[in-house]
Write a protein that binds this ligand. Structure first.
Ligand SMILES: [Zn+2]
Length: 678
């Protein structure tokens, strides 16, 4: 069914011939570089000293023999170094122009061509899979070195380390920030064949995750009774988790169904799930006993052969291919934090541990126990009942949503009205909504960001036959938050190189803020006056869950770098051990149950290469923004915040809410809320 051959070959080659030390040998000797620097200094004066020294070093570091001899290098620098001032501004604007012209179109091409896989367009053929793995921009970086354009920015715009940005960034003006972004944080020169291999592997991992459905009609209870509607198909882990959360409202049979889903998740993590149960409803399965049945008769089952961890391992090997080309940050972990997030890993980890170990956890847990009237179960990490006292039944919400949005087009048509409800002016709402396109998603939904002002942000959402349901709407609101962020900071920003956000956590923050306002948008009243306070508790409980999940992800990556030759089975054992350790430290004392592995269930860990800490950080950032928005109108404030663009996270935050990212405000708010909740 899937076309595995191409990337399998790559994988075998990678495993059999572990990454050779391909560290590119420096071609420009230091004598040549010195000579060029002296010449440029003489021509442009001492004022340009630091730019000359850094620029020549940066260009020399990535110049290879095929780019030309040392004389060619010297001539290139002489011709292309631009003195500061108006000429440099013109150069920066030109590079922005080309960045958008090329980046915008390549992104658009990829989004267009990937529609058969990303959208609900029926069966994925081997051709679709192959085209999905094809990256039209794979040779772009090579080409830009070959025509020397990449060297123009290396020569003129100094790359700053994270420490330098932290120290100097607060005094930079918008131009200086734009210059820092043009230079990038980590210049690498990845050969086209390497980026193509990586892109193939990542695409295959994405397919593994997006096709991992459990047909819940085939899942049986402890007494072999069917527990779920026969047509219910849930994507792991999102769909499973959301169904588990929805079952809190089911006083009759909720608990046994939650236990069943929990067992399904455990079997997936431990890879004990019968292969026959993945994406198929041919058999019936009792996840408690792990027995498989066909028309009532027990049959032999084959467990999933650690494919989950083989896929994870492949994404690790893919990221590792970049290491030799990334001398400043030679590991994916460093790149993920110092370059991707621009907050040091230690700082992020300390923030997570501070919240996880806070005394507030036990107090909120006690409140949940009282509400549930039973001992806590491990899946109560997803307890959703802190946010709304008298929630409208989901069936009722389904009806409202289905009526409102019979298809994706109806949702798209309503986008301006949704924005007006969120406080945007009608003009701004129309401007943004006109630049968002709604497509039927294959998975649970996502938003594909446009990179050029000519193109639309693509909001992918799942609309079943007969209309959108509440779950789908709730996710669509999240994705709409991403889309609005995309349009605002792409179109209204002062410099293209500053378009976007400091890191993924910031786009997640407003996505969650949109998602939170789903009932408001539907016009379903929330009369509970304690709602705001309870919402703080809910945000805190979510942070408690996702920070544990994030620590597991982070520790798994450290384990991988310590054991690069691991087998899928060894990785499985390691992830399970890590999940257990994090559980035993921060959750077992609260839940009174040791050795749970549930923190390893997230699918992101398999195909999103250390993305999960973004959600946890996003949670903290979201809370601080929500807190700030309490007495303000969302629309104009969102616009003001996002116009800061892609600057340093802590600076963005100070500009947005007046203080840096920290878990302390939420801990304080939890104390206040607990007093009121009593
Ligand atoms: Zn998101």
């Amino acid at each position: 069914m899937k076309n595995h051959s191409a990337w399998l070959l790559v994988l075998i080659l990678t495993l059999v011939f572990p990454i050779r030390s391909q560290e590119p040998v420096r071609f420009i000797d230091s004598g040549t570089a010195q000579k060029v620097k002296a010449e440029l200094l003489q021509k442009h004066g001492e004022a340009e000293k630091s730019r000359v020294e850094r620029g020549v070093e940066q260009a020399a570091g990535l110049w290879r023999q095929e780019d030309g001899g040392t004389d060619d290098f010297a001539a290139f620098c002489r011709e292309n170094f631009v003195a500061g001032g108006a000429a440099l501004e013109t150069l920066a604007d030109k590079l922005d122009f080309y960045g958008e012209a090329i980046g915008g179109h390549f992104t658009e091409m990829a989004l267009d061509k990937d529609q058969p896989v990303d959208l609900d367009w029926g069966e994925i053929t081997p051709l679709d899979s192959a085209m999905n793995g094809f990256d039209p921009a794979a040779h772009l970086s090579d080409d830009l070195y070959r025509n020397k354009c990449a060297f123009v920015s290396l020569l003129n715009f100094p790359v700053y380390t994270l420490a330098e940005k932290v120290a100097q960034g607060p005094t930079w003006d918008r131009r200086q920030w734009a210059y820092a972004r043009i230079a990038g944080s980590n210049p690498t020169r990845l050969p086209a064949e390497v980026s193509q291999e990586i892109s193939d592997i990542m695409a295959a991992a994405g397919r593994y995750v997006s096709e991992y459905n459990i047909c819940m009609g085939s899942v049986l209870g402890p007494d072999l009774e069917p527990l779920f509607p026969s047509d219910m198909k849930l994507l792991s882990h999102w769909g499973l988790r959301d169904e588990l959360k929805a079952r809190y409202a089911d006083a009759q049979g909720g608990l046994v169904r939650q236990h069943a889903i929990y067992r399904v998740m455990e079997r997936i993590i431990r890879q004990e799930i019968p292969q026959e149960m993945i994406n198929s409803d041919r058999f019936q399965w009792n996840p408690f006993s792990n027995y498989l049945y066909e028309s009532g008769r027990q049959v032999e089952a084959q467990r999933e052969p650690d494919t989950r961890y083989r896929t994870f391992l492949e994404t690790f090997q893919a990221m590792r291919r970049i290491d030799p080309y990334s001398p400043l940050y030679p590991s994916h972990i460093r790149r993920s934090f110092d370059v991707g997030r621009e907050i040091p890993e230690k700082e992020v980890e300390a923030m997570f541990r501070e919240l996880l170990a806070s005394p507030q956890v036990r107090k909120v847990a006690a409140l949940i126990r009282r509400r549930l009237g039973r001992k806590l179960q491990p899946f109560d990490i997803w307890y959703p009942g802190l946010r709304r006292d008298a929630a409208v039944a989901e069936e009722e919400l389904d009806k409202i949503v289905r009526r409102k949005y019979p298809d994706a087009a109806a949702f798209e048509k309503d986008l301006p009205a949704i924005l007006v409800k969120l406080g945007f002016s009608p003009e701004r709402a129309a401007f943004v909504a006109a630049r968002v396109q709604v497509d039927p998603a294959r998975g649970s939904g996502h938003n594909a960001q446009a990179q050029g002002k000519k193109f639309k942000s693509r909001l992918r959402t799942r609309v079943p036959q007969g209309g959108m349901n509440y779950k789908g709407f709730n996710i669509a609101m999240h994705e709409f938050g991403h889309a609005v962020e995309n349009i605002l900071d792409l179109h209204l920003i002062d410099h293209y190189s500053l378009a976007g956000v400091p890191n993924g956590a910031f786009t997640e923050a407003f996505a969650f803020i949109f998602q939170e306002r789903d009932l408001e948008v539907l016009g379903v009243g929330e009369a509970d006056p304690r709602r705001k306070e309870l919402k703080v508790l809910d945000t805190f409980w979510n942070a408690y869950e996702i920070m544990g999940v994030s620590l597991v992800d982070m520790q798994a990556w450290h384990w991988l770098y310590d054991h690069p030759q691991a087998t899928p089975t060894e990785l499985k054992e390691a992830v399970i051990a890590i999940a257990r350790k994090v559980w035993n430290r921060y959750y077992a004392p609260v839940f009174g149950m040791r050795d749970q592995v549930i923190l390893a269930v997230y699918s992101h860990m398999i195909d999103y290469t250390l993305y999960l800490p973004h959600y946890a950080l996003g949670n903290v950032i979201q809370f601080q923004i929500e807190d700030y928005l309490k007495d303000k109108v969302l629309g104009p404030e969102m616009e003001r915040m996002y116009l800061a663009g892609n600057i340093l996270p802590q600076l963005w935050m100070r500009n947005a809410v007046g203080s840096e990212i920290s878990v302390k405000p939420i801990l304080k708010a939890v104390d206040r809320a607990l007093k009121l909740a009593k």
